[in-house]
Design a protein around this ligand. Structure first.
Ligand code: MG
Length: 370
């Protein structure tokens, strides 16, 4: 994005968890004032690899520290570790381009509080939520009747529950439209990715629109061209369409409230195409309703859902449990949810830890020996 419009953006800081090599390559090209590495043991290696004069910040708080200075902070940290970056950017009153969904899902109530900081604003980078953000500009906030998230349906769309009992890790990793990491690809195969996105949509857009879980729907759309939709009270549905290309949501989040000048994912209407829509099979893909259940329960239940899902997906990727056991592990874990009120990030971290213990126990009861 910055390469596509070099005169528009200046990179002030870059950070990574452990990827010294990638960070050094980007620092040489983009010349930030400072770089940050979360793993303090890599400080010297990073210092030797970046251009002379670049400040090097290292250690557990380094990513949070660089999240306070820029006009726009892009949080692409993987997993729950992204929460401190989200909180730091919002507390500093920055615009947060959020690609990390766990921080919103697991710690929604905590994030909502710092979001009230003057100047603080979240622009979602997730393609569906970026689409909803765009569609919402088509009407007044009090005029929204429904948010409709589209789902590709993943590699197992159309399969019966019985058929799904025998799918393999390799089957689950063969996603039809998006190329992503193994965790999110498995989430896409179970529809948990969409379930997490329902919670994400509720956290992002619920406060301003007054929309609750009953007004957030999911529709399966295998071509992944319509990225999501908003229905207004007069019956009009506004949708955002483009080819699947994550550079467009990133460009949108960086340039907002303007539009980026570089073009990504524009559609070619000279070619014939059809767009299909169908309701999700909620019996075969039980994870979707588990997410609604956790979202409606609120409090730390979404944190439990997220933690249980991470444990279950890892066990599946390790060939320890079958695909169908992912939903079973999550369901059993949620049944043990203790209803703690998430008053701060520390409470959410503890909820995450407790839920993981429960989920591992549920996994052990389902381990299959090859
Ligand atoms: Mg998405």
């Amino acid at each position: 994005m910055v390469r596509a419009e070099p005169d528009r953006y200046r990179v002030i800081a870059l950070g990574a968890n452990r990827s010294v090599g990638a960070l050094a390559v980007q620092a040489k090209e983009l010349r930030p004032e400072r770089v940050a590495i979360a793993d303090a043991g890599l400080e010297d290696e990073l210092r030797a690899a970046v251009p002379r004069g670049t400040e090097v910040w290292a250690g557990p708080g380094a990513l949070e520290a660089i999240a306070r200075d820029a006009e726009v902070v892009v949080n692409g940290v993987v997993g729950f570790a992204g929460l401190p970056v989200t909180l730091a950017a919002l507390a500093a009153g920055r615009r947060l381009a959020l690609a990390n969904k766990e921080s919103l899902i697991a710690a929604g109530p905590v994030v909502q509080r710092v979001r009230a900081t003057p100047g603080a604003e979240i622009i979602p980078v997730d393609s569906e939520h970026c689409a909803v953000h765009q569609c919402l500009r088509g009407g007044g906030r009090g005029e929204v009747r429904r948010i409709v998230l589209t789902a590709s349906g993943g590699p197992f769309r159309g399969r019966s529950a019985g058929d799904l009992a025998r799918v393999t890790v390799e089957d689950a990793l063969a996603h039809p439209t998006w190329r992503m990491g193994p965790k999110i690809t498995v989430d896409s195969s179970t529809l948990m990715n969409k379930g997490l996105e329902v919670i994400e949509a509720h956290e992002l857009f619920g406060p301003a629109t007054g929309i609750g879980y009953d007004s957030i729907d999911v529709v399966v759309h295998p071509q992944s061209i319509v990225h999501s939709m908003v229905e207004f009270r007069d019956g009009a549905t506004v949708a955002q369409l483009s080819e699947p290309d994550m550079r467009l949501p990133i460009s949108y989040a960086l340039a907002y409230p303007d539009r980026g000048e570089a073009e990504f994912g524009a559609l070619d209407w000279a070619a014939a195409r059809s767009l299909d829509f169908e309701p999700p099979d909620r019996d075969a893909f039980a994870c979707l309703d588990l997410a609604y259940q956790a979202g409606r329960a609120g409090g730390t239940a979404p944190a439990w859902l997220n933690a249980a899902n991470e444990v279950a997906v890892q066990a599946f990727l390790d060939h320890r449990i079958p695909w169908t056991a992912i939903a079973e592990v999550i369901s059993e874990t949620l049944d043990a949810h203790d209803g703690t009120d998430p008053t701060g990030a520390d409470v959410v971290m503890e909820a995450d830890r407790v839920a993981r213990v429960r989920a591992r126990q549920a996994v052990e009861r389902r381990v299959v020996t090859p």
